[in-house]
Design a protein around this ligand. Structure first.
Ligand code: CAA
Length: 440
């Protein structure tokens, strides 16, 4: 069978922006550098009061269908990944399909629709489902539409408020993809965790510090599991490593973990041994805690080596450019990180076809997935077609008082009369729960 992977992507950002160091930090009486240096964020995207997960997802998908000249008949499956769903029965994909049917000839009666839930990792899981569906030969020549859409908002006063964001990523999964080919190489790390929960509530209950430890623990398990299928991995095997990015500071920690694993049993580890010794091996220790302590001490030295810093600048840093400007998009976040990396390659005129990416997805609750992808010949045209810079530039910069109003409106109170800050421009807008979203 021919290659299967991501053929095209489109990104839709919430149309408002909150300036974290200049607007949010002063209002919270905090040092702006906590945001810029600590968390690594400059601005977050917010949905205007007429935007929600349906409108953002439908707008991203419409743009993708228009650009690729697709009709509903070309799509056999629509999966939406979200952790901001408002309906426990009807999947968000049906709302989005309803929007798309109103602007395209034909309908999606033939398409299988679903909603995937496992916190932020469900965007990647939906891609896996689409890949398996095509590989199983059930697609009858059709493609799958995967839409990751979220309003990642936290209660006011919660530490998570610093890391909010909103937007959607639409991805077309097909045979002979133009962007990246997916492979069978995957690794998982999963455990029952309660660090981030949303049981029938709009804003999450989060143990923020613990959530960071859980992210790293599951990611480490996933990398170790991945090593069992990609045992001869070398640090230069991957052009970029996009990780789930709740905020760039989290990826600084994940990047070091990735590097430690990719250099294990390689010449790089041998060369570094002269400076900082070899990595501790589990078999050398009787007791797990002593082994963990030795790993921590090794990583502490590794993070300051020129070899690591140079690798981080080339392989990880470019994945964070968009995230710094949009905050956390939950299910879309790792796909924004991939887009950011490919955009960086385009802007630096890098030749990328045939090179590999290693994708580190993560969802609270908790599960990490590591998988490899190969960049395809058509990647340049696909990334050139993205309008993310224009979208980001056009966002309306809200004051702190306006932020409070928007935040209240999105607390499942969107049917209240609330001020709009931007004008819809030929896009789907929220028309009230249970009613069809309109196009204005
Ligand atoms: N100058 C420079 N750096 C500063 C600083 C300053 N003036 N002030 C603080 N910092 C640094 C801190 O040292 C810290 O960095 P390190 O972690 O490297 O030490 C960083 O800025 C953040 O500061 P705090 O730890 O004081 O921030 P906080 O306690 O207010 O909260 C948070 C941080 C726990 C991440 C919180 O924002 C949160 O709960 N976020 C939501 C949960 C989350 O995103 N978890 C991530 C893993 S789970 C996941 O990935 C799933 C998901 O999408 C939610």
């Amino acid at each position: 069978m021919s290659a299967v992977g991501i053929d095209a992507i489109e990104i839709w950002t919430g149309k408002l922006e909150l300036d974290l160091p200049n607007t949010f930090a002063p209002a919270k009486n905090e040092d702006p550098e906590k945001y810029t240096k600590g968390l690594g964020l400059q601005t977050s995207s917010f949905p205007d009061t007429y935007e929600d997960i349906v409108t953002m997802g439908a707008n991203a998908a419409k743009r993708l269908m228009d650009r690729k000249d697709l009709m509903p008949d070309d799509i056999g499956r629509i999966d939406v990944a979200t952790e901001s769903a408002f309906d426990n029965s009807k999947p968000v994909s049906t709302y989005i399909a309803g929007c798309l049917e109103r602007v395209h000839d034909g309908d999606f009666h033939h398409a299988n629709k679903g909603e995937r839930k496992f916190a932020c990792v469900s965007g990647t899981q939906s891609i896996d489902d689409a890949y398996n569906w095509i590989r199983a030969g059930r697609h009858r020549g059709r493609s799958a539409l995967v839409i990751a859409t979220d309003t990642a908002l936290y209660a006011r006063g919660d530490p998570g408020e610093a890391t909010q964001g909103a937007g959607a990523v639409a991805m077309l999964i097909s045979e002979d993809p133009s962007l990246v080919e997916l492979s069978n190489e995957q690794g998982y790390g999963s455990a029952d965790e309660t660090d981030f929960l949303k049981p029938n509530q709009q804003f999450p209950s989060v143990d923020g510090k613990r959530s960071m430890q859980v992210y790293l623990a599951r990611m480490r398990e996933a990398v170790e599991d991945f090593e069992s299928v990609a045992w001869d991995m070398q640090p230069e095997d991957f052009a970029y490593i996009p990780f789930h990015t709740p905020f760039p500071g989290m990826v600084r920690k994940a990047g070091l973990l990735g590097y430690r694993h990719t250099i294990r049993d390689t010449e790089v580890e041998d060369e570094l041994a002269e400076q900082i010794g070899r990595q501790p091996r589990e078999a050398e220790y009787d007791d797990w805690e002593a082994y963990e302590e030795a790993i921590r001490a090794y990583m502490d030295q590794l993070k300051d080596t020129d070899e690591y810093l140079d690798w981080y600048d080339r392989v990880i840093e470019p994945t964070l450019d968009i995230s710094r400007r949009v905050g956390n998009w939950y299910t879309g976040s790792v796909h924004v990180a991939r887009a950011s990396a490919l955009k960086h390659a385009l802007e630096t005129d890098r030749s990328l076809a045939g090179e590999k990416l290693l994708i580190g997805s993560y969802g609270s609750g908790a599960q990490a997935e590591i998988h490899a992808e190969t960049v395809q010949d058509g990647w340049r045209e696909e990334i050139e077609a993205l309008s993310i810079d224009e979208q980001l530039e056009r966002r309306y910069d809200i004051s702190y008082e306006e932020y409070e109003k928007v935040h209240d409106a999105h607390n499942h109170d969107m049917d209240r009369e609330v001020e709009e800050f931007t004008q819809p421009e030929g896009e789907f807008v929220h028309a009230g729960w249970g009613r069809m979203n309109e196009r204005k």
